[in-house]
Write a protein that binds this ligand. Structure first.
Ligand SMILES: Nc1nc2c(ncn2[C@@H]2O[C@H](COP(=O)(O)OP(=O)(O)OP(=O)(O)O)[C@@H](O)[C@H]2O)c(=O)[nH]1
Ligand SMILES: [Mg+2]
Ligand SMILES: [Zn+2]
Length: 356
């Protein structure tokens, strides 16, 4: 076997580099002996089509070089389509990260970015099955639970196909807000920021806009601060594409200019950097008026960044953790579109200007 058969890849979970063992594929097996990882034997498949089909469902075990994480496996897509784009959400406990990501991926998988040439499919079927259940829960109008702390793993691993027919793996990380604050040997939860290719910084009106809601005086965001402090070790920090997202904007739907942007339906329009700039400018002025310093600081710290107002659910959950009229996400794909444009995934001359 030549070295090109066994390339070195980076693991998105432990962030270490390892040699890809194409000759040691695994499969998640469920039978009378229980559920477990077993070695996949594809040697008998001499029909290339069936071999490809079976291999697509296989995984490779990360040798876990740093020995800090628990055992983990990566789907074969990880080696087939080049380095993945790793997108992570940063934000405090209860800021709305999980509802936002769930609504966003629901719409992306449904094909709502096809006008930009982008279609999505699960690349890690096993991991995605759990996330798909979350999507279904939310779409049925059930509130989702807070994310478990010390989550070391990605949330879902997809493949995005572009109009030109190229495919790129795209990995999403959504951890508990508390994992950005905690330090020490168990803080693996928030360490994806060290390997992420793009970040969404998320906050909600109650916490981000104390001056608007007459709430507690809060002019710090410990999750943002913790993530930024950790990321300071990256040389490429300032070049990371960043989308700063004020979610739960349904709470502000009568506030100008949130009322304007939250109702805007422009997902089918060709990418226009000026439109992203106009929203960023308006949201900046709004945040500035209500002294949302931590969000503005993040926006200013990176060379390419956009500001957004979105709503994952369209309304507040009732006392029974239900959204009685169902969920109506608004503009949840805009931050993703901005990041994908900044990551170079969108074939349009305007895409290169987004976030500048
Ligand atoms: N009104 C409104 N409420 C929302 C929205 N999105 C989330 N929420 C509520 O905000 C709360 C927290 O949402 P999560 O998505 O779990 O927050 P999180 O940032 O993932 O929290 P951790 O996992 O603990 O870090 C839940 O009670 C949701 O019902 C929204 O778009 N509008
Ligand atoms: Mg969460
Ligand atoms: Zn690993």
């Amino acid at each position: 076997m030549t070295t090109s058969d066994n390339p070195r890849v980076q693991c998105p979970i432990c962030l270490q580099f390892f040699t890809w063992r194409e000759d040691e594929l695994y499969r998640w097996t469920v039978d009378s002996n229980g559920a477990r990882w077993t070695k996949a034997d594809l040697s008998g498949f001499n029909n290339p089509v069936t071999r490809k089909d079976r291999r697509a469902r296989c995984y490779v075990k990360c040798p876990n070089p740093s020995k800090e994480n628990s055992e983990h496996y990566l789907p074969v897509s990880h080696r087939d389509h080049g380095d993945p784009i790793v997108i992570g959400l940063v934000g405090r406990h209860m800021s709305g990260k999980t509802h936002l990501l769930t609504a966003m991926i629901h719409e992306a998988l449904r094909g709502d970015l096809r006008h930009h040439g982008l279609t999505f499919e699960p690349a890690d079927e096993l991991k995605h099955a759990a996330f798909q259940r979350e999507i279904e829960q939310l779409m049925r109008g059930n509130q989702l639970f807070a994310t478990k702390e010390l989550k070391e793993d990605f949330t879902t691993y997809l493949l995005v196909r572009t109009a030109e027919g190229t495919a790129r793996p795209i990995v999403f990380f959504d951890v508990a807000g508390e994992d950005f604050v905690q330090s020490g040997p168990h803080s693996l939860g928030g360490q994806f920021v060290l390997g992420a290719s793009a970040l969404m910084f998320v906050d909600d009106p109650q916490s981000a806009l104390p001056a608007l809601l007459g709430a507690r005086e809060l002019d710090s965001n410990p999750a943002f601060a913790g993530a930024l402090q950790r990321m300071a070790r990256r040389d490429d920090l300032k070049d990371l594409p960043v989308a700063v997202v004020l979610t739960k904007a349904d709470e502000l739907r009568y506030q100008h200019p949130v009322d304007h942007w939250i109702r805007r339906d422009d997902l089918r329009d060709p990418v226009d950097a000026a439109a992203f700039r106009a929203e960023s400018r308006d949201v900046y002025a709004f945040l500035d008026r209500y002294e949302a310093r931590p969000m503005l600081d993040v926006f200013e710290r990176f060379h390419r960044s956009t500001l957004h107002v979105v709503s994952a659910t369209g309304a507040e959950a009732d006392g029974n953790s239900l959204f009685p009229r169902g969920v109506r996400p608004a503009r949840v794909l805009r931050p993703l579109l901005a990041l994908l444009a900044m990551c170079g995934l969108i074939e349009h001359p305007q895409a290169a200007e987004v976030g500048r």
